[in-house]
Design a protein around this ligand. Structure first.
Ligand code: CIR
Length: 253
């Protein structure tokens, strides 16, 4: 969880044409840009050097860069996004990562979205979701095993991604929805269970000594404040309308 770099991508004017299941009202591009700028500022204030890539007009969801690569200190695995409309975004991340790390790719028929990949230390939980299939999960696992990682598939059920419902606040503490907290695979972790109605805030991002959390979830804020880390609250209403959140908008390494 100690990172030095992040990659982000600017949302495009057509960001509202991305995939969404939410009906949370009208979209506002200027507001999206200013919220995205605040997000970048938060990453910088947590100590990261932040690359900002240009918007991709053909891919309105491309600013959710987390989904197109899984980056560990040892290797970058370029994904094969599960949504057809997003297939191709992964090519556009290559140049940003090429100089940094050895690289490998998820191959067809595997599909994998980075939003389904939760890494704590050398443990990797891979959500089996509408976006990530068993083949994609296994390919990621096999690519990481040589570096000492152990992986487990986790059925995601109705949500978009695994990290829509569970994220690591430290190597042994998870912020987790009640539903995921019942899963045996998470039994050895301390768990902070998000209060009912605050499930969106399970997508809280630990960066170095900061926790970046969505604004407007007082129960989660109160619970995570006890960890003694700096809390940065951000309004991410526009990304939320597109089914995205804080982890989704960057790659950290
Ligand atoms: C999608 O449906 O793919 C985007 N609208 C949202 C992706 C959010 N990404 C993430 O949770 N990692």
């Amino acid at each position: 969880m100690y990172f030095t770099h992040a990659i982000t991508r600017l949302p495009g004017k057509n960001f509202a044409q991305g995939i969404t299941t939410s009906a949370l009202g009208a979209h506002d591009y200027d507001l999206m840009l200013s919220q995205h700028r605040s997000y970048i500022d938060a990453l910088k204030s947590a100590g990261l050097q932040v690359a900002i890539l240009e918007a991709l007009p053909d891919y309105p969801d491309a600013y959710f860069v987390e989904d197109v690569a899984v980056v560990t200190p040892e290797i970058a695995v370029i994904t094969r996004p599960g949504a057809l409309a997003r297939r191709g975004e992964e090519q556009a991340i290559l140049t940003a990562l090429t100089s940094q790390l050895p690289m490998t790719h998820i191959q067809a028929p595997g599909t994998l979205d980075g939003g389904d990949v939760l890494i704590t230390g050398k443990r990797v939980f891979i959500g089996l979701s509408g976006r990530t299939n068993a083949e994609g999960a296994a390919q990621l696992g096999v690519n990481l095993e040589p570096y000492g990682y152990k992986w487990t598939g986790v059925p995601v059920g109705g949500g978009l991604h695994l990290k829509s419902g569970v994220n690591a606040l430290s190597e042994d503490t998870l912020l987790i929805t009640r539903e995921f907290s019942k899963f045996d695979v998470f039994r050895s972790y301390h768990k902070i269970i998000v209060p009912p109605g605050e499930e969106y805030a399970a997508n809280t991002l630990r960066v170095n000594d900061s926790l970046i959390t969505p604004q407007g979830y007082p129960g989660v804020r109160g619970a995570i404040a006890r960890l003694g880390l700096e809390i940065i609250e951000l309004d991410v209403s526009e990304a939320c309308k597109m089914d995205g959140g804080l982890t989704c908008m960057s790659l950290r390494f």
